[in-house]
Write a protein that binds this ligand. Sequence first.
Ligand SMILES: [Mg+2]
Length: 220
Amino acid sequence: MLTRYGVRTAVGHNAAMPAISWAVPDPRVLALRIRLRAVRMVAPQGFGYLGQALSSCGSLGQGLSAALGFALADRFRGSDARIFTMVSDGELEEGQVWEAALFAAHHRLDRLVVLLDANNSQVDGPVDSITTLEPIAAKWSAFGWHAVDVDGHDVAAVGSALAAAIAERERPSVLVCRTSTRHGLDCLPPDADGHFIKLPPSLAAAATAELTGKLEALRA
Ligand SMILES: [Mg+2]
């Protein structure tokens, strides 16, 4: 029996990633889609036309609740599905996330894996200037989760952490992925707003040139 996977994004704008992956005609992505077989998404209504979204993500903070509901339903059905859910750090300011974390740990939803985008950025500014969340992994651990910190830009490290999470049989897992919205664009000033980066024309041209150069280097 093939393992089925679900991808749920609690953060609406992250829905673009799995949605776009569905539309990319790259054979490697196609192979991934075949392997996943059933990628089901929690996504904003705007992505519903893609036909892959089972439900809207709702307001910020509700996505994890939806994901664990799907995970619990899969258990009742005898399915071996795994559920991967993307959550943001700013979203942790919502109490519903912690209610969901308690519920998932109580029910030992070991098939549930959260990828937490810990970029210290939210719409209001740096997260740590709005609410102190640290130590994030320790909080999830205290709630009964398998929790690890990982460099979110290190694909191999994230892969290893995912493998450990998939092997976990007692607890739900959370990968606290440390990321930066400026990652990959060295031309951006260090104080560039991480949530909404509005580039003046000269900086936009520099960013385009930098990304084009990196893309060409990858293709070389
Ligand atoms: Mg954030």
